[in-house]
Design a protein around this ligand. Structure first.
Ligand SMILES: CC(C)(COP(=O)(O)OP(=O)(O)OC[C@H]1O[C@@H](n2cnc3c(N)ncnc32)[C@H](O)[C@@H]1OP(=O)(O)O)[C@@H](O)C(=O)NCCC(=O)NCCS
Length: 166
């Protein structure tokens, strides 16, 4: 398995990947429709991430397919420039093999390199795997967001979790 930074040529595969993981898991902000961009739009998003000094997107690749995707996005406004947001997913067939742990380590190292002090995220309160993953990396529970998402008419609460690097 290869873990590397995203490249513009990954655009089409990333769009396919988001549809697959969106279909496999109810714990993401999108379902089987994926992220709703066409390839040209995704290319622009990837170019913007690749050229941004405070953003990184990394992919895990097995058998020439994307099996994991994670990104860290540093805030740009000066008063919150010490914060970055994190998101991660892995294809179901590849759960429990340590892929997300490798992706998390890469993102946290990048965050340290760019002097991020707090990594923030929201995780659905019923996503035990996700919560355990974040706890393993030292994320703290800082609050609960009632009615964070609405999926098929049902509200889902989220836990707010932060990793304090300093
Ligand atoms: C959450 C997710 C990213 C974990 O990915 P993964 O590659 O399976 O995770 P890993 O194999 O690296 O395991 C990391 C940790 O997760 C936790 N974990 C893994 N499997 C678990 C299980 N069955 N039950 C509870 N915790 C579990 C453990 O803490 C594990 O660390 P350990 O093996 O050292 O104990 C993956 O299940 C996923 O993509 N889910 C759908 C999308 C999602 O929920 N993303 C997060 C949204 S906030």
């Amino acid at each position: 398995m290869i873990i590397r930074s995203v490249e513009v040529k990954d655009a089409e595969k990333i769009l396919e990947y988001t549809k697959i993981v969106g279909n496999e898991s109810n714990n993401l902000l999108f379902g089987s429709e994926g992220i709703g961009l066409n390839v040209d739009q995704e290319v622009k998003v990837l170019e913007s991430i690749i050229n941004h000094p405070k953003q990184i997107m990394i992919v895990a690749i097995a058998n020439d397919e994307i099996v994991g995707l994670a990104n860290l996005s540093g805030q740009t406004r000066e008063r919150i420039a010490h914060q970055a947001r994190l998101a991660i997913s892995v294809r179901k067939d590849y759960w429990g093999k340590g892929i997300s742990s490798q992706l998390m380590s890469s993102l946290i190292n990048f965050a340290k390199e760019i002097q991020i002090e707090v990594i923030t995220l929201e995780v659905f309160s019923n996503n035990i795997r996700g919560i355990k993953l974040y706890e393993k990396f030292g994320f703290e529970h800082i609050g609960e967001f009632k009615k964070f998402a609405k999926i098929n008419g049902e509200f889902v609460d989220a836990k707010l979790m932060n990793l304090y690097l300093k």
